[in-house]
Design a protein around this ligand. Sequence first.
Ligand code: PMV
Length: 316
Amino acid sequence: MRKIARAHTNIALIKYWGKQDPALRLPLMSSISMTLDNFYTDTYLEKSSENQFILNGQVMDNKLSKRVFDYLDLLKREFGISENLKVVSENHVPTGAGLASSSSAFAALAYAFSSYFDLALDKQELSRLARIGSGSATRSIYGGFVKWQKGDDQTSVAIPLDEHPTLPMHLLAIELNKAPKKLSSTKGMQLAEKSPFYKTWLDLNDQQIADMELAIKEQDFTKIGTLAEESAMQMHAINFASRPFFTYFEPDTLKVLAILQELKQSVELYVTIDAGPNVKVLCLAKDVEFISKYLKKHLESVELVDTSFGQGVQLL
Ligand code: PMV
């Protein structure tokens, strides 16, 4: 029987932005995320005469397929497997909304691999394998609020903080630019380390993680949002201050930030931004409609994507 693995995307609230070991994708800091509900990748494997990667019905022969095959080779080596594989993936993530499809892609692939070969890996091992594919994928193994701890190859895995949060928190993604990002997150992380503020930011990490864990335990939306916004802005400030400076912001990013600053006068919301120009708003369920209407009024033809908490990996 075909085993289809599903993994949802996640967005970091306390950001991961730096690698201690690029090959193993060991992070320099711990991070905390929320797994999203509506956006996921479905993946299954099949025996094949040659390696093949099919994404959304199309045979891929590009940088992406190379990354998938390199990753599969690594997994095959680790488990002493030699057969060629066909990887079939359906990506249910809106392109361009900055909702990080690599997190769901590599979490689904790791789980599809483990299921196809009946490896019976537990979630910690799955999380470790997903990490080697893409850092943010480490956290997509679990649902709800998830922590990815820094550590070595065995210990740097995800830990569920609250898999079924009752907090009515939403994430509203504002789609500004659909083009693929010009600077990969791997390159951005390398450049960021040249910033004189990088060490300061690393030094703050333990406290930020502790504060966020407490805020999640207390279901304190104000604290969660404040800490998430601080972490995102610090990450982007480091990029601006790097040598040479760089940024993922575009003119529209700043325009949206100014509109959201205004809106903050009348509704509680917080902002987070990843390695791209798109802005994400953290808010309470009751305010989604009000915020959406306001943004549509102030931005020309804006597309909004509303999401909340999703679950961890599953077999369909
Ligand atoms: O693991 P990557 O390459 O998807 O990098 C993720 C980087 C950020 O999205 C900016 C932060 C994070 O923790 O997800």
